[in-house]
Design a protein. Sequence first.
Length: 262
Amino acid sequence: MKRRLAAAAACFAFAFAAQAPLRAQSCAAAPIKLQILHSSDNESSFLDPNTLEPKARNYSALYEGLTQLAEREGMQSIHVTAGDHTLPGPFYLAAADVPELGAPGLGDIAIYNAMNLAANGMGNHEFDGGINDTARMIDFANYPWVSVNLDFRNVVLEPGTPPIRIAPDAAVSTQDAGQVAKSTILQVGEDCIGFIGRSPADFFNVVADPPNTLPGLDFVGGRGEGNQPNVSAIPQVLAQVDELKAKGVNKIILIDHAQDFT
């Protein structure tokens, strides 16, 4: 995806009437007031490479201010990203020289950890540094990474790289931290919010040399002509809706990295 020209990813919220009894997790059925703080395509721009302006201060100030505003208005607030929040460059690479981080991209993840990110959709730029960088970023996160249509089961990692752990469908987000999931559940006050992720269908055409940089990664169901997925993501998303509803979740957010379509 071309920087600056691609549109921001979409974050769509859908409310579904609960049709199953509540499970062990307590999920309120009543409507709630909810603020969704969403960003995408930050592309490791927390430090301007030309002016060295610490953009993280502006981002965090907006996050903190809007969170306080929601609290004042008596509503819950959650923070999500639909992906492309890292991109190889000076800020991304500098994290490898910080002893507390020790690998590219982890500076970005540390900032998102500090801002209580609830869930991370997956675009394509998270993978530009190769699958080993991606695996380290996933493992370092205090939140789950969600995508119904990327299949990580056969990825090949270098020795010493943390494995990419795959969480069960529709599990509690605190148990999914640092893992990949198709869907996850966040406890928000007395309610539960479900998250489902979808990665772009053109994923393998916008990542450089995927056979060598992302060995073993594929779409669920594989790829066909033009590197397009053999299986549509729509039924995969709907299957996760059913999984979440079966656990009493009636408020579900689709984090969709839709690129130029949004």
